[in-house]
Design a protein around this ligand. Structure first.
Ligand code: BGC
Length: 792
């Protein structure tokens, strides 16, 4: 029997005297059964609530206000869902605590008049975690997050973030997993399982198409239903159906003319009726412009409550007015309250147990470091420049060795008890050039500039590069066996990145530094390695000057140790890109349309046209034959792997249709000289039928265990029919078109030279029928045959 995501109903269900047989553990009750029991308990409880109490549950207490009947007051969280204390009706439903995500639990580390500390582990950011392609490891990270949540009294974690990295400049790409929905889904499912196993709810976010930060509270994203279904919704759909997250957060933006939090087709027809979502939907903080529409659409919880940013209306008052004027009816209110209370009965608050406030931070630091090391990507390794021998002399350049970025800013920030800088980590592994190290240290302490972010959420620093003399470069090249140049960048919520120096492009100082170091070290036959401590894609046109590049992204609190372990080969890199690094930003399929347009002349971006349709990321580059700097799915290792015996094991799609699948396998052998892991990816080239298809699409992947030299492992892959299907807008259907399909089991999306495997689909398979007209384009637009938006 499948034992996925089992949990028990917390004791409050018993406390309210419903006589349900609860306290289930192990595999004895399925999630659906437990949900059903919780729903019955919730319905009973809600039937005894006053309208006032119900509205309190629908609307949060306000930003930074305590929740009603909050037993745990956890400082620095994002908010609460109010509880109810009604002794006459024997209701004692504690408020539940909501905290961000996604790189750990975001709470304040220090509290007023309290000498204890409340640090949480800073894990690697989403894109680095996804780059592990390791769902078991992601689940382990999530279990640790769940344990910290429980220890600190957090009931719902506002993560994982699963928006698609449509464009490299989206300011929150670091929080998200990939430009591809399959990787996004599989990592999000592992995270959901890991957290919910601990009895804490996840809140997958932001549904849907929150792919940019520019004017995010208002922007209208014009996207064809095909692109929505195949690219932007697909990860959410699979995660809902596979892992049943307890909550979903709707997004800030509009889609096709209407706020997502106010779209009934999205939140009720598609999410609940089509996909079978059983949890609660909450709004993003201060989203939307009509509280009554939110409830009517199926957006159950309005967060954080208080006053709406756009209309300045008080949410609570707006709902009261809705009840009075009949625009809100009681049965819809009851439905939303029941959905919320059902989930509230499952989370730790309902247990009303004292908090330990003592998660195992030491253990979680190790897990954080393991995940960071597993995700780092070796982009370049000319003539085996890496690994560097332990204890060899290394000259470290670049201010990022001091200014090491563990993660991005905004709600995705975490307050850990330590951060290992790259200098600190490297010092533990190598003999660093002391003169240089001291120079960087003192420069950093003198020149760094402090920045406090919006709402005081994140404090960060910036610092220019010191100017070293040519004598210093020459001396360093003489004294050390190799050079490591570090480059860091910051990104955060609320703003998009820019094509300018110090952001997407290197600064003049950084380019000069790379050239000077390379010249000096290459002149004496020594190697130069660059470590990128960045939130996402940057320009890499400088790469020809250096011998090795390690993409470390933002590795969390153990950053320095993780970098050092990868450079020394203690950990053989096995991360692969979940986003494409283009040759030029202008090659990006959405380069022309990002950050959106000002269509009404008020100097604010208001509309974002998703002209590229389904041709996002590698789907575009492989279809248009556009060369890229580093392709999706790519990453090197210190060893080599040979793929053998790739074959299609079975294809049940012709016999059983929608419930069928295609299974494949391949044997991976470590043919190199060090132990390592390999991620193998399955790309499908579909026959061109009625619907235009990208050249290739990722449909499955798997990672080997650590293989010793000479060791082999046979990997199996399954592609469910649903993942083979394309979305036919006109018919409102997911369909697999007939013809010959080719599968490539490959180390990256560059499938050059790989022999395809064939399987065929004999006749059209309708995998699912969907709601007619859901999410349709507004009047005046139509779509081209790859789901791109065209003005009529
Ligand atoms: C972000 C969400 C976050 C929420 C609560 C919003 O601004 O978009 O991702 O969960 O704030 O902090």
């Amino acid at each position: 029997m499948e034992c996925r995501n089992n949990y028990r109903l917390n004791s409050v269900a018993l406390a309210v005297g419903l006589g349900l047989v609860m306290g289930l553990s192990g595999c004895s009750s399925t999630p659906a059964e437990t949900d059903q029991a919780a729903r019955e308990a919730a319905q009973k409880m809600v039937s005894n609530m006053t309208m006032d109490e119900k509205l309190n549950i629908l609307v949060g207490p306000g930003y930074h206000a305590d929740g009603i009947n909050a037993k745990n007051k956890v400082q620095g969280t994002a908010g609460y869902i109010n509880g109810v204390n009604n002794p006459a009706e024997e209701i004692d439903l504690p408020a539940v605590v909501l905290a961000d995500g996604p790189a750990g639990i975001r709470i304040d580390a220090n509290r007023k008049d309290d000498s204890s500390t409340y640090h949480a582990t800073a894990f690697p950011v989403g894109v680095l975690l996804a780059s592990t392609w390791d769902t078991k490891l992601a689940e382990k990270v999530a279990e640790s997050v769940g344990q910290e949540a429980k220890a600190y009294g957090v009931d719902f974690w506002l993560a994982p973030g699963m928006n698609i990295q449509r464009n490299p400049l989206n300011g929150r790409n670091f929080e998200y997993y990939s430009e591809d929905p399959l990787v996004t889904a599989k990592i999000a499912e592992a995270i959901t399982d890991g957290v919910q196993k601990e009895g804490v709810g996840v809140t997958i976010k932001h549904l849907v198409a929150n792919n940019s930060e520019t004017n995010r509270f208002n922007v209208d994203n014009i996207i064809s239903p095909r692109a929505l279904r195949e690219i932007y919704l697909r990860g959410f759909e699979d995660t809902v159906q596979t892992a049943q997250p307890w909550a979903i957060m709707s997004s800030y933006n509009k889609v096709n003319g209407e706020f997502t939090s106010q779209r009934r087709d999205l939140l009720t027809d598609v999410l609940r009726n089509e996909w079978g979502f059983r949890g609660l939907v909450m709004s993003d903080w201060f989203a939307g412009d009509n509280s009554v529409d939110m409830i009517n659409a199926g957006n159950d919880a309005i967060q954080p409550g208080g006053v709406n940013l756009i209309t300045k209306e008080n949410h609570r008052a707006a709902l009261e007015k809705g009840v009075k004027d009949g625009s809100l009816n009681e049965s819809d209110i009851n439905l939303s309250v029941e959905r919320i209370v059902t989930q509230m009965l499952k989370v730790p608050a309902a247990e009303q147990q004292p908090l330990t406030n003592q998660p195992n931070l030491d253990k979680h630091a190790i897990i954080s470091r393991m995940a960071a090391e597993e995700g780092m990507i070796l982009l370049k390794n000319q003539d085996n420049a890496l690994p560097l021998q332990t204890k060899q002399s290394v000259a470290m350049f670049g201010i990022a060795q001091q200014l090491t970025q563990k993660g991005g800013t905004g709600s995705g920030d975490v307050h850990p008890d330590h951060l290992i800088t790259i200098t600190q980590g490297m010092s533990a592994e190598f003999n660093l050039d002391q003169d240089l190290m001291k120079e960087y240290q003192s420069w950093y302490l003198k020149k760094r500039v402090k920045h406090t972010g919006k709402f005081g959420i994140s404090t960060t620093y910036s610092c220019n590069e010191p100017r070293l003399t040519s004598a210093q470069f020459t001396q360093a090249a003489k004294d050390n066996q190799s050079a490591v140049v570090t480059i860091s960048r910051m990104a955060g919520e609320g703003t998009d990145r820019q094509i300018r120096r110090a952001d997407y492009l290197l600064t003049h100082d950084e380019t000069r530094l790379i050239k000077n170091v390379s010249q000096a070290f290459h002149a004496v036959g020594k190697k130069v390695i660059v470590v990128l401590n960045i939130p996402g894609v940057i320009d890499t046109s400088w790469s020809k000057h250096v011998d090795g590049i390690v993409l470390a992204y933002m590795p969390g609190e153990e950053a320095g140790y993780a970098v050092a372990n990868v450079l020394s080969g203690k950990t053989n890199p096995s991360g692969k890109l979940t986003q494409t690094f283009p040759l030029n930003y202008s090659d990006v399929p959405s380069a022309q349309s990002f950050f959106g347009q000002d269509t009404d002349g008020d100097k604010q971006v208001d509309t974002n046209y998703y002209n590229e349709g389904i041709m996002v990321g590698y789907r575009y580059y492989t279809t248009a034959n556009k060369p890229v700097a580093y392709p999706f799915g790519y990453g090197l290792s210190y060893t080599q792997f040979h793929y053998d015996n790739a074959h299609v094991k079975g294809n049940t799609v012709n016999n059983v249709g929608a419930s069928g699948s295609v299974s494949l396998s391949a044997t991976i052998e470590n043919t190199g000289e060090s132990t390592g892991k390999e991620v193998a990816e399955v790309y499908i080239k579909a026959p061109q039928g009625k619907l235009v298809k990208p050249a290739i699409e990722l449909k499955a992947f798997a990672k080997t265990e650590a293989l010793e030299p000479g060791q082999k492992e046979t990997l199996s892959f399954t592609i469910p029919a649903k993942w083979l299907a394309s979305f036919d807008d006109k018919a409102n259907q997911w369909v697999i078109e007939p013809g010959q399909y080719q599968a490539y089991i490959a180390p990256s999306s560059d499938i050059t030279g790989i022999k395809p495997l064939n399987f065929s689909v004999k006749k059209t398979v309708i995998v699912a029928n969907t709601t007619p007209n859901a999410l349709a384009l507004p009047k005046g637009y139509k779509e081209d045959n790859a789901g791109g938006v065209v003005i009529k």
